[in-house]
Design a protein around this ligand. Structure first.
Ligand SMILES: [Zn+2]
Length: 115
């Protein structure tokens, strides 16, 4: 019988309020990427910021409620989050999706394309 090696550090930790934060370790980074991929499949490859399709390689982990100053609001669970284009993710920064969606669609598409 083969005994699997178990990482001494967990891939993520759960906060008292239920938020999950992936660890800054190899296991944590794998977990974060696995969640990004799972959300891309769940959301049919549609960017939550511009509603356009994107490839899995383009998809970044979008924290819909922002991450807060110093990551104080960070929540890496899949349920409250989605995937987005890299440039859109950068442009959105830490504002909420609600505020982001006040921008006209053509503006959001332009920002997602990095123009
Ligand atoms: Zn987009």
């Amino acid at each position: 019988m083969i005994t699997p090696r178990v990482s001494p550090t967990p891939a993520f930790r759960t906060m008292k309020d239920g938020r999950e934060i992936c660890s800054n370790t190899a296991a944590g980074r794998r977990e974060y990427q696995a969640r990004r991929e799972a959300m891309w499949f769940r959301d049919s490859g549609i960017c939550c910021l511009c509603k356009q399709p994107m490839s899995l390689i383009e998809a970044t982990f979008e924290h819909l409620n922002g991450r807060g100053a110093g990551g104080g609001k960070r929540d890496d669970r899949m349920e409250p989050n989605a995937v987005s284009h890299y440039f859109g993710n950068q442009a959105k920064g830490s504002i909420s999706l609600y505020r982001w969606l006040e921008k006209p669609l053509h503006e959001r598409i332009r920002l997602c394309l990095g123009r």
